[in-house]
Design a protein around this ligand. Structure first.
Ligand code: MD3
Ligand code: FE
Length: 219
């Protein structure tokens, strides 16, 4: 039975491919694979200075993901709400500097998706143990909604929920693997999105977790 090369390699995470998810949203499969080890090492260094913690929602519930961040600003949530801050509330120190590899990857991915000169000033880092999830939400705490967002998936796979402009619209399920990069902006910037509970497993690069970097222009 004949099979086209595009089918043979369709599920191979080592094969870079570009999938449009929306008019201004792109999934770049494997875009970060070559830098993955360097990115994960940099995450470890960030977490050494700004420890992983389970932030509280404004309702007082701990998030299932563990979080840290880096850059001039990083996003936090607590009983007082959602916001970007320059200092880690846990240590009261400035967030660790953005590793140059993060900013370089984000800007290259954004350019590939048609967004020139993306210079992120905030990187939120989420760690998903098996069972951790992120419910459907919008990212709307940034000043400049014209700037895109770049997200990098590392370690265990996950199913990303790609919704619409309203919570009621049915979300599509998009499998994300180690090394995948998502870029979205413009008309897709305020889409609802989330992550289904991560399945148990072990990944050679991260162990029993998924790590997601979300690079944004906050100010
Ligand atoms: C599409 N994180 O931190 S990143 C978040 O995997 C967040 O940790 C998820 O959503 C994660 O806010 C998903 C991919 C993502 C992030 C924001 C988006 C996709 C998006 C905003 C609009 C549309
Ligand atoms: Fe989000």
């Amino acid at each position: 039975m004949q099979q086209a090369a595009s089918d043979l390699f369709a599920d191979d995470p080592a094969t870079p491919s570009v999938l449009p998810l929306g008019a201004q949203a792109l999934l770049l499969r494997g875009f970060a694979l070559a830098q993955a080890a360097e990115l994960i090492q940099a995450v470890r260094q960030v977490a050494h200075q700004a420890p992983w913690r389970h932030m509280l929602t404004p309702g007082g519930k701990p998030m299932s993901v563990a979080t840290t961040g880096c850059g001039p600003l990083s996003w936090i949530t607590d009983r007082r709400g959602y916001r970007y801050v320059a200092q880690d509330p846990l240590t009261q120190l400035p967030w660790p500097a953005m590793p140059p590899a993060f900013a370089a990857l984000a800007s290259a991915a954004a350019l590939r998706a048609g967004f020139a000169a993306f210079a992120p000033d905030a990187c939120l880092i989420n760690r998903y143990a098996p069972g951790a999830r992120m419910s459907l939400h919008q990212d709307r705490d940034e000043q400049d909604l014209a700037a895109p967002i770049v997200s990098v998936s590392l370690g265990l796979p996950a199913v990303f929920l790609w919704g619409g402009a309203t919570r009621a619209e049915r979300a599509q399920r998009v499998p994300l693997q180690h090394g995948d990069v998502l870029v979205w902006g413009g008309v897709d910037r305020l889409r609802f999105h989330g992550v289904l509970p991560v399945a148990p497993g072990e990944h050679p690069a991260t162990g029993a977790c998924r790590i997601n970097l979300t690079l944004r222009r906050a100010l």
